[in-house]
Design a binder for this molecule. Structure first.
Ligand code: 5GP
Ligand code: ZN
Length: 112
């Protein structure tokens, strides 16, 4: 989608702090980190919401990204939190599906 900010990040038209990339997925630092580690994991292809992902390869690569980022940033031992805000009631602001990956400290509730 031409006017989607996360598509532009995925296409590297807009710079971001990329922390991880695989065939179908890219992950980068959130512009406004709420905790010590706050990454956004997105499919390179545009899907509005988590409900629209219909490709098993993309699902696999999203989960692969979670595992590999956890190891790379040493949060696999102490743990982390994955959040997906979906549509209006979920508080989704950017309409390109993204997983928030939060960690690096003991997390409270209601962060995002
Ligand atoms: P949502 O509320 O849609 O689940 O979360 C959107 C997230 O995207 C927010 O945490 C916000 O800080 C982040 N964000 C919005 N625009 C940009 C941007 O241009 N670059 C980066 N790195 N993060 C962004
Ligand atoms: Zn997009």
């Amino acid at each position: 989608m031409s006017d989607c900010i996360f598509c532009k990040i995925a296409n590297k038209e807009i710079t971001s702090d990329i922390v991880y990339e695989n065939e179908n997925v890219i992950a980068f630092k959130d512009l406004n980190p709420r905790v010590k580690i706050h990454f956004l994991i997105i499919p390179k292809k545009h899907y509005d919401t988590i409900l629209d992902i219909d490709d098993q390869n993309v699902m696999n690569d999203l989960f692969r990204a979670i595992r590999e980022i956890a190891k790379k940033y040493n949060i696999d031992k102490n743990g982390f939190r994955i959040i997906n805000n979906c549509k209006e009631d979920g508080g989704q602001e950017v309409m390109h599906m993204h997983l928030h990956m939060l960690g690096g400290e003991k997390l409270k509730t209601n962060i995002i």
